[in-house]
Design a protein around this ligand. Structure first.
Ligand SMILES: [Zn+2]
Length: 460
C-alpha cells in the first residue's frame, strides 16, 4: 500500500533508507517487521476525530459478525479503500512507465554528459548526476503523491494544508535523493571495480549490513530519531505486565528494552511496535496509545508485538531469503548485461558501469519487486495472523475477556482508518500485508486461547 508517512518524516526517511538497501537485496519479506507498513493508508491527522462522529449504536448491533459498519460509513470506507487500490496500481504502472520514458528519452545519458561538461572530477560528476536524476524521477511521480494527499483530505484522513504537504514532500524527496545517491554511488563503484562479480560482492556486503542494521536499530538507531525512555520509569505497572507477557511467551526481554516512545501529542498515531532480535529484542509503546486506549487494549496491542518474536518461521524465511537474494542479484546482473548489450548503444549508454544505465537497472529491479509483492504480502499476512494468535494466548487471563477487547480494538482501528470492510480477494492477495480487519475480528471472537483451554475456568 502507498505509505505516506507525513506524521513521522524522520521515521519515513529511515524507512526509505532501509528500503533502498532492501531493494538492492530483494529481501523485503524478511525485515518488514513492525506495523508501520500496515498504517500506510492511515497515518493521518484527524482520522479519529472524523470517526468519533460515526453512529456507534448500529455498529454494535451485530458484534458477533465481525467488522460491521453503519451504511454511510461502510460506503465511505469502501470508496476510500477502492480509490487507494487504484492509486497503488496507477503509481506502480507510472513508475515503470517513467523509468521506460527516462530510458527512451535518454535523460540519464544527457545528465551524464552535462555533469561531464561541468567538471572532470569523477566524484563531483556523480554528485551532480545522482541526486538530480533521483529528483527528476520524484518530480515525475509527484502527481500520484498529490493524488494520495488529495484523497486523504477529501476523506478527512489528513488535515494537512497543501503548502505544508509540499514542504514535507520536498524535504523527503531531497533526503531520498541524497541518501539514494550515496547508495547508488557505492553500487556503481562496485560495478566499475568488478563488472562480472559485483552482484556477489554486493550480496556479501549488504547481507551482513542489513542483519546488523536490524539488530542494532532499536538500541543504536532509534534513540537518535525518537525520544525514548524505559517504560518502567513512568509506568512501572505496565512495564511489569509486559515482562509477564514476554515470560509467558518463553522470551526474555530486558526491562531496559521495554520503551516508552514519547510523542508529546505531536503524532496522530497511537501504536506499539517491536524491533530487533536476540539480545536487542525491544518493545515500544507510544505515550499516545497509553493516553488514548484502556489498559486492556494496550496489552492486547503489546501482546501482538511480542507475538512477532515468537514466530520461529522467520528464521526459516531468512534462511530461504539468503540464497534467494543471491539468485535474484545474479538474475538482475544477467538481465542488465543482456539489455545493455542489445540496446545500450541505441540508448546512449556506454555499459553497465555507466551511471546512465541506472534507469535500466531500476526498471529490472522494479519489475522483480512487483512480481514478488504478492508473495511477500502473503507471508506478511500469515506472520500477522500468527502474531494475533500468540498475542491472544499471551494476554488471556491477564486482561479480562481479551477476545472481546481485541475485537473492539480492531473495530476501532478499522473505523478510524476507513479499513475496507469487504476487500476483493485479488486485492487482499496482492496488497494486504495484514489480514483484513473483518477476519481479525472474527478470529478474535472465535479463537480459544491456549491458556483458557488449559485453565478452563467455568463461565469464561
Ligand atoms: Zn504485527
Amino acid at each position: 500500500m502507498p505509505d505516506n508517512n507525513a506524521v513521522f518524516p524522520r521515521r519515513a526517511l529511515l524507512l526509505k533508507l532501509r528500503l533502498i538497501l532492501l531493494i538492492i537485496l530483494g529481501l523485503s519479506a524478511v525485515v518488514a517487521h513492525d506495523k508501520a507498513l500496515a498504517r500506510g493508508l492511515a497515518a493521518a491527522q484527524g482520522a479519529i476525530a472524523a470517526q468519533s462522529a460515526a453512529p456507534a449504536g448500529s455498529a454494535q448491533q451485530d458484534r458477533a459478525a465481525g467488522y460491521v459498519l453503519p451504511p454511510q460509513l461502510y460506503a465511505r470506507a469502501v470508496r476510500y479503500s477502492r480509490e487507494g487500490y487504484w492509486l497503488y496500481f496507477v503509481t506502480t504502472v507510472c513508475t515503470i512507465l517513467i523509468l521506460w520514458l527516462l530510458i527512451r528519452w535518454k535523460t540519464a545519458p544527457w545528465l551524464r554528459n552535462w555533469a561531464e561538461r561541468i567538471t572532470c572530477r569523477r566524484w563531483l560528476q556523480f554528485v551532480l548526476f545522482g541526486p538530480t536524476l533521483l529528483l527528476i524521477f520524484g518530480i515525475l511521480l509527484l502527481p500520484t503523491a498529490a493524488w494520495d494527499q488529495w484523497r486523504m483530505r477529501r476523506f478527512g484522513m489528513s488535515v494537512q494544508g497543501w503548502g505544508a504537504w509540499l514542504g514535507d514532500w520536498t524535504t523527503s524527496e531531497i533526503a531520498t535523493a541524497l541518501g539514494g545517491a550515496v547508495a547508488i554511488g557505492l553500487l556503481y563503484y562496485m560495478i566499475r571495480r568488478s563488472p562480472r562479480r559485483w552482484w556477489l560482492f554486493l550480496w556479501a556486503l549488504a547481507l551482513p549490513l542489513v542483519v546488523l542494521l536490524v539488530f542494532i536499530q532499536p538500541v543504536a538507531i532509534d534513540p537518535l530519531f525518537e525520544t525514548l525512555e524505559p517504560l518502567s520509569i513512568s509506568h512501572p505497572d505496565l512495564a511489569d505486565s509486559i515482562e509477564v507477557l514476554a515470560g509467558r511467551g518463553g522470551l526474555s526481554i530486558s526491562p531496559q528494552h521495554i520503551y516508552l516512545l514519547k510523542t508529546d501529542g505531536n503524532s496522530a498515531e497511537a501504536d506499539a511496535s517491536s524491533e530487533g532480535f536476540g539480545p536487542t529484542k525491544s518493545v515500544f509503546v507510544m505515550d499516545s496509545l497509553i493516553a488514548s486506549e484502556p489498559r486492556a487494549a494496550v496489552l492486547h496491542e503489546v501482546g501482538h508485538e511480542i507475538g512477532h518474536f515468537m514466530f520461529t518461521l522467520d528464521w526459516i524465511v531468512f534462511a530461504i531469503c539468503v540464497p534467494l537474494s543471491l539468485v535474484l542479484l545474479y538474475f538482475i546482473h544477467r538481465s542488465f548485461v543482456w539489455a545493455l548489450g542489445r540496446w545500450g548503444a541505441q540508448w546512449n549508454i556506454r555499459g553497465p558501469d555507466d551511471w546512465a544505465s541506472l534507469p535500466v537497472l531500476a526498471f529490472i529491479v522494479s519489475l522483480i519487486l512487483i512480481i514478488f509483492t504478492p508473495a511477500a504480502n502473503t507471508l506478511s499476512r500469515y506472520r500477522e495472523h500468527e502474531a494475533d494468535r500468540h498475542g491472544l494466548d499471551l494476554v488471556d487471563g491477564i486482561v479480562p475477556n481479551v477476545r472481546e477487547a481485541g475485537a473492539r480494538a480492531f473495530q476501532e482501528y478499522g473505523e478510524a482508518n476507513l479499513a475496507d470492510p469487504d476487500p476483493p480477494a485479488f486485492i487482499e492477495w496482492w496488497l494486504f500485508d495484514h489480514p483484513p480487519v473483518n477476519e481479525r475480528i472474527i478470529f478474535c471472537r472465535t479463537y480459544r486461547p491456549l491458556t483458557s483451554l488449559e485453565n478452563a475456568e467455568p463461565g469464561k
